[in-house]
Design a protein around this ligand. Sequence first.
Ligand code: UD1
Ligand code: CA
Length: 469
Amino acid sequence: MSLNTPFPVDVVVMAAGKGTRMKSRLPKVLQRLAGVPLVQHVLNTAAQLNARSAVVITGHGADQVEPVLLAPGQALAVRCVRQEPQLGTGHAVQQAVPALADDGVVVILSGDVPLTQADTLQALIAQCGGQHLALLTIDFADPTGYGRIVRGGDGQKVQAIVEHKDATEAQRQIQEVYSGIMAVPAKLLKSWLARIDNQNVQGEYYLTDVVKLAVADGVSVVAHKIDDPLQVAGINSPVQLAELERAHQLRQAHRLMEQGVRLKDPARFDLRGQLDCAQDVEIDVNCIVEGHVSLGEGVKIGAHCVLANCTIAAGAVIHPFTHIDGEKLGVSVGEGALIGPFARLRPGAQLGAEVHIGNFVEVKNSTLAKGAKANHLAYLGDATVGERVNYGAGSITANYDGANKHRTIIEADVHIGSNCVLVAPVTIGAGGTVGGGSTITKSTEPGALSVARGKQTSIANWARPSKKK
Ligand code: UD1
Ligand code: CA
């Protein structure tokens, strides 16, 4: 989505407010929706507009907010400007003035309004056209608390925005409200901001007063009215955050279903990141997908799975209650693999085709070649496992000596019995067998049977102690 305008676009994001009703130590704009801080949603949308820069007005919690905004990986140039104290939205944008070039159109957004769509803002910018003041508006059945769009004269042109607290009874009947989002040529914005005052019920500098000044200057004010309340919904409380999360999740779920993904229940699915699906993917209820996940053709995900930062190849089945998190290293699951139920795949698990990982098996930073199986109660960490290896129940790789991690190599066609400890670094030669209950500290030859445990002793006809009377 790229924007073709003859003028550059700069974004101002207001994020200095306190967010008292969140009752949280975390500043409101850092609360997460779909796993992403609210203000980051706003910056992501700005990046989709190909904005030249973003100026974020910080204040409350600035010490926490600014490092998030200035972290590497931001798709557009972000600057932070502090507003202290907070004297209103007009005062907030005044702080950005020195950081704004004169040749652009400024789009003003709020850090607590996360779901505005880029195409909506593009339409707003088009209405501004580099010369008008464009306001994003919406009709609300209950407009209480919002600034009202006051129209009058020929063609019912916009005359002013009147804040709820300043409005007359008649004005309070107006259902068209200002969303808090506008697009305005930088030069005009600057001239108007220099002229606003705080002569109103709240004693604040209102950004919305720029409308009167535009009208006085003969600049036309255009309202771009939308009918989707989610796009202008601001978050002030945990209840509103949860409501918007649900609405957003439902929309994402519908988008996936339109692409052919079969979600058993769109109301019980959470995507906190990006999910790419090939054809005929099925996802059962209560799954959470995080980070970047890609699912191949015909993949089936059972109920109650958490999948994060992983790639699952075609035909693989992830049974219920499996937890996969690749974090930075990623996890890959090969074609036709069977994972779970109750499996845990950690960063660096690379599983080949037709690998089986069963219940209560943990795999970390290990490669399992085609057809390898670890079906019950086992740990594979820092291991390289060959084709067709069978890894018995209760066996582990002892990969950590208290200071360093070491690798275990299990060559093709090895059978590891139950309850074995493979003390790394160690190699089990191809086709070898390790007897159940063995603790293996030395590498073994291909084809060898290795047993390393106390020899069994049996005492014939042994009488168990009996209770003294
Ligand atoms: C504002 C609009 C109102 C509109 C409503 C939509 C004004 C005067 N009014 O009202 O017309 O209907 O949004 O939600 O603009 N902020 C700062 N510094 C400040 C004050 C606010 O950064 O000094 C930030 C807040 O953190 C918030 C945003 O600006 O992100 C809007 O502030 P808020 O107090 O919610 O504005 P409203 O009074 O609700
Ligand atoms: Ca508000």
